[in-house]
Write a protein that binds this ligand. Structure first.
Ligand code: ADP
Length: 164
């Protein structure tokens, strides 16, 4: 498919669930831009946008058609500016659906030419979220294998600093 797709999210931090979606998207679309959005309202930030971008750059370097970027403001405006006609979102549970459906329809109203495409995560990642990983790690739980190794190391370092 000769389409340029944007995969937007907070990615604070990137998890193996996100990577599952990126890999699937990279296999379908000619180019995928993973776009980091600061999302101060949604939850407390652990990593800065720069740190999140640097993790993503490292873990996405194996895909030649994946690029990492960041944006602020309206997603559809950013997508139009990039010449993209697809927005990718990952779906985990039915509980994701309500919010995602609402957002996809609002985005369509803003920019009818942009289509939101949902990709289903692998079952092994279906319970994973950045916030849950952060919460468990902060409480001393084991999150090995749920996030890339570089993220795991930085997260533990950061949480140690915060705690001391
Ligand atoms: P946002 O704040 O935009 O929800 P996230 O970084 O939490 O940003 O998620 C970005 C996208 O990735 C969303 O579409 C979300 O549903 C999806 N996603 C998050 N975790 C997973 C996962 N474990 N498997 C598949 N998709 C996921």
């Amino acid at each position: 498919m000769g389409a340029l797709a944007i995969y937007p999210g907070s990615f604070d931090p990137v998890t193996n669930g996100h990577l599952d979606i990126i890999e699937r998207a990279a296999g379908i679309f000619s180019k995928v831009i993973v776009a980091v959005a600061p999302n101060p309202l949604k939850r407390s930030e652990l990593f800065s946008v720069e740190e999140r971008i640097s993790f993503l750059n490292e873990v996405c370097s194996k895909w030649t058609n994946v690029e990492v970027d960041s944006f602020t403001g309206l997603l559809v405006e950013y997508a139009i500016g990039k010449g993209a006609n697809i927005i990718i979102r990952g779906l985990r549970f039915v509980s994701d659906f309500e919010f995602e459906f609402q957002m996809a329809l609002m985005n369509r109203r803003q920019a009818p030419s942009i289509e939101t495409v949902f990709l289903m995560t692998g079952a092994e990642h279906s319970y994973l979220s950045s916030s849950l990983v952060k919460e468990v790690a902060a409480l001393g739980g084991n999150v090995e294998g749920l996030v890339p190794d570089i993220v795991l190391k930085s997260m533990l370092k950061k949480l140690q600093k915060k705690g001391s």
